[in-house]
Write a protein that binds this ligand. Structure first.
Ligand code: KG4
Ligand code: ZN
Length: 342
């Protein structure tokens, strides 16, 4: 027992995550999700998520401790997502983290959710080569980050100006009559479809977008284009080729995401691209990113799907890096900040 034992708490959206990490080693990754409670609404309902966090918090901490085979009193530091995310959901995690830190007399580290998505990769692939570009794509965010130093210097290069990539998957799935969350069923349906069947728009890739929105994303126009295309079919009494629509939509998303991420690497002279967030589980995004990175001589790092979606291990991973770097802990009046910048 040389390196500190860090317990991380994540409650920014609909997953109550508690992770335990020692150094770069993942000891436990307990996640309780309220996703089933949101399914009939087609999206996460903040109040429902907050209530679910409240109920799941303590049991999930105990499950993580049991999985790691450690006692609460063995924990050396508590890390928690301080933002960005749903305000009420964040509050539950931050309050719990403060209570544990205070009761144990151990330091508290408030961390940024996006930086934590990046840090989680170290649990699978070891220290992150810096600088790196990180593309984070989930139901709540779609950002390109320049990571000079994971424990301090992370810069937002761009983000979605409307819907997150995962949100687009969820909305398109709804239009196609597929269940929520929409990413997995679209990914599956797309395997039987032709990605070139329908030319859906690539948002913010025009020559005029280059100046102002080179590293920003937009998925709302794409979502609307898919909905219009499907409605037109239905109005004409024609069958909707679900597999072709799914494949063509997925291709448009993967194309823009990877093109801009690689452009960012090249513009900044960065040789490592990391992809995280729930949408990083997408099979086409993974294969296209792998192809294009190889051609561009960029090293691609994508954590396994369980680590890509929201979890407590990512928070513990970043906490572990902060402790190792000697970064000062957060004050015990640490606020939850729903729009916390990186
Ligand atoms: O990171 P995450 O679990 O939670 C947050 O939103 O923060 O991401 C969930 C999102 C959902 O929108 C879901 O549809 C999407 O990730 N997703 C996928 C896939 N698996 C999950 N999107 C595309 N392809 C997938 N295979
Ligand atoms: Zn996330």
């Amino acid at each position: 027992k040389d390196e500190p034992l860090v317990l991380g708490i994540e409650t920014s959206c609909d997953e109550t995550g508690v992770g335990i990490v020692r150094g770069y080693d993942l000891l436990a990754d307990a996640v309780a999700s309220s996703v089933d409670q949101h399914a009939r609404f087609g999206g996460v309902v903040p109040e429902v998520a907050s209530r679910a966090h409240l109920e799941a918090m303590v049991p999930t901490v105990h499950r993580a401790l049991a999985d790691a085979g450690v006692a609460l009193t063995d924990v050396d530091a508590i890390a928690v997502t301080a933002g960005p995310g749903l305000a009420g959901a964040l509050l539950v995690g931050v309050a719990a983290a403060k209570a544990y830190a205070l009761a144990l007399g151990k330091p508290l580290y408030g961390v940024n959710h996006l930086a934590a998505h990046v840090a989680v990769d170290t649990l699978e692939h070891g220290p992150l080569p810096e600088p790196a570009i990180a593309m984070l794509v989930s139901g709540g965010h779609s950002s390109l980050l320049m990571v000079d130093d994971l424990t301090g210097d992370v810069e937002a290069l761009g983000a979605t100006i409307d819907d997150a990539a995962g949100e687009a998957f969820d909305k398109v799935a709804r239009v196609l009559g597929l269940p929520f969350p929409g990413g997995p069923p679209i990914d599956k349906a797309a395997r039987e479809g032709d990605p070139a069947a329908i030319a859906f728009p690539r948002g913010l890739t025009g020559p005029r977008d280059f100046a102002e929105h080179r590293f920003d994303y937009s998925f709302s126009g794409l979502k609307t284009a898919v909905a219009r295309w499907v409605e037109t079919r239905q109005r004409n009494g024609e069958p909707v080729p679900v597999a072709d629509v799914a494949a063509s939509f997925q291709e448009a998303v993967a194309d823009v995401l990877t093109a801009k991420a690689i452009d960012a690497c090249q513009q900044r002279g960065v040789e490592t691209l990391l992809i995280g967030g729930g949408v990083a589980a997408n099979s086409r995004l993974r294969s296209l990113a792998a192809d294009r990175c190889e051609k561009a001589g960029i090293q691609l790092r994508v954590p396994r799907p369980k680590l890509c979606t929201d979890n407590g291990a990512m928070v513990a991973a970043l906490g572990s890096r902060l402790v190792a770097a000697g970064v000062a802990p957060s004050p015990l009046d640490l606020p939850a900040d729903s729009s916390l910048p990186v």
